[in-house]
Design a protein around this ligand. Structure first.
Ligand code: SF4
Length: 219
């Protein structure tokens, strides 16, 4: 059976080189491949510009653009990258090229078929996100030590809910757990204090790129 060129197309909002703003590789120069489209609508979403539009590129074109930056780290993000079926072969081919590849995913899509070499950074959506019902908790069983679960926390109720999930799913025994405040200085300080008071086995993180570039696309 012949394979048409369309079979390798991925809709891309942007590809750029910047510093990783969060996760375990925060601060490291990284190529970001932002796929277009997301089936969720989180209240705090900072990438609404990736919901539509974009440019259809072949996986070869994406690989060529990525290589032009000579990166060590590559992050596939969105939107929700797994909403496009060709995200899976893209991840595999990036790993085959020897990059350290991570995937940022909402937690609403099945991660079973993601290449084992990929570091999965998976959200669990809190009540205040407005997308609690989209969490696919079965994904938790697929996570391993190299992976990370991220909670974006908007208020004390979100914090309490996140703490419950941490305990119920023994998350910190499976992978690294990240607690991140929505972009709000007062909440960031509160969240840091709550984590210390409760002695939680989680990593507090701020989104570096928001401080450096105030969320401009391309960074
Ligand atoms: S999953 Fe991510 S991209 Fe989609 S709406 Fe939520 S924050 Fe935005």
């Amino acid at each position: 059976m012949s394979v048409s060129a369309d079979d390798s197309l991925v809709r891309i909002t942007e590809i750029f080189y910047s510093l990783q703003g969060e996760t375990r590789t925060v601060g490291l120069p990284t190529v970001f491949i932002r796929l277009t489209g997301c089936p969720l609508r989180c209240g705090y979403c900072d990438t609404e510009y990736a919901f539509s539009g974009g440019e259809r590129m072949t996986i070869d074109q994406i690989l060529t653009t990525t290589e032009s930056y000579h990166p060590r780290y590559v992050t596939v993000t969105g939107g929700e990258p797994l909403a496009q079926k060709n995200c899976l072969p893209l991840l595999k081919q990036l790993c085959d090229r020897g990059y350290e590849v991570s995937l940022e995913t909402s937690g609403a899509m099945d991660i079973t078929d993601v290449d084992d070499r990929v570091v999965i950074v998976m959200d669990l959506k809190t009540p205040a996100s407005g997308e609690l019902a989209k969490n696919r908790f079965e994904n938790i069983d697929q996570l391993t030590q190299k992976d990370q679960v991220k909670f974006v926390i908007c208020d004390r109720e979100d914090y309490n809910w996140s703490k419950e999930q941490l305990k119920n799913y023994l998350l910190n025994e499976k992978c690294e757990v990240l607690f991140s405040p929505v972009h709000d200085q007062a909440l960031a300080t509160d969240l840091a204090n709550w984590i210390i008071e409760d002695n939680l086995p989680v990593r507090f993180q701020l989104q570096l790129h928001k401080y450096l570039w105030n969320d401009e696309p391309g960074h």
